[in-house]
Design a protein. Structure first.
Length: 256
């Protein structure tokens, strides 16, 4: 990639990165931009903007409920792009759209990627887009529009597959902390810590950012002992459910 992507620049910073996930169009349809601006002002390093989908297989109940609410509010791809069209006038940190492949496919993969480039989206996380399908059919489109595709690995992912994902990546690897659905946890067990150690010892060429089960400073610190950063989703959505778009800075302060 000739122009260095914002994600790649961010990953070079000498600190543990905090990424926050939220569902676009939740709690209210037009909250998306304010949440992004407040998160950046609160010191968050990366933001994952969830594109809601009606059948979210990997999501725990908190994110599923926010997705359903956002869809009921009227959120969809075209509207999200409309909301984000001027986002780069006020926000400079990396922005990633996370969702399922179906809405991207329905929109048209090339048209979706082109729109992402136009408004300043840096990457996509599409958990249900298989690696081989991406490499065979879509990699050239992502690269054409300067988008990083972020792949997920879990404790069950084979070493061979992890190496293949590392070879196909040019940003970071989303390291799912457990095989369960998303959700906040109080701490990580011995099995998860062994998994963190195992991946760290593989010395992959792409940094890892841990997601699933991170909800507070304790789990953030545990997750980032070996990894480059951590992602918080469900705990932040619960905060939005309770407080709306107020007190976002308080939430972030409580993490690090």
């Amino acid at each position: 990639m000739t122009i260095e992507n914002r994600i790649q620049k961010k990953l070079q910073e000498d600190k543990k990165l905090l990424s926050i996930y939220f569902t676009a169009g939740y709690p209210n349809l037009n909250d998306t931009v304010k949440i992004i601006q407040d998160l950046e002002q609160s010191g968050v390093d990366l933001i994952e903007i969830g594109l809601p989908f009606s059948d979210p297989l990997a999501d725990g109940p908190t994110i599923q409920e926010s997705s359903t609410a956002a869809l009921n509010n009227g959120m969809q791809s075209e509207l999200l792009f409309e909301q984000l069209k001027d986002i780069r006038k006020t926000v400079s940190i990396p922005l990633i759209i996370m969702g399922y492949f179906n809405p991207v496919f329905q929109y048209g993969v090339e048209a979706f990627c082109e729109k992402c480039q136009e408004i300043g989206i840096d990457g996509l996380i599409l958990p249900d887009l298989p690696l081989d399908v991406y490499l065979n059919q879509y990699e050239s489109i992502f690269k054409k529009f300067g988008l990083i595709n972020v792949f997920l690995i879990t404790p069950q992912t084979s070493e061979e597959r992890i190496q293949a994902i590392d070879n196909a990546s040019d940003g970071f690897i989303y390291m799912v902390s457990s095989a369960s659905t998303t959700g906040a946890k109080e701490g990580f067990g011995a099995g998860q810590k062994a998994y963190f150690d195992r991946i760290s010892n593989m010395q992959l060429s792409n940094p890892q950012i841990v997601g699933f089960g991170i909800s507070n400073s304790q789990t953030f610190n545990q997750a980032t002992e070996k990894a480059s950063g951590a992602i918080i989703g469900s705990a932040f959505i619960k905060h939005l459910t309770q407080h709306g778009t107020e007190k976002i800075a308080d939430f972030v302060k409580g993490i690090r």
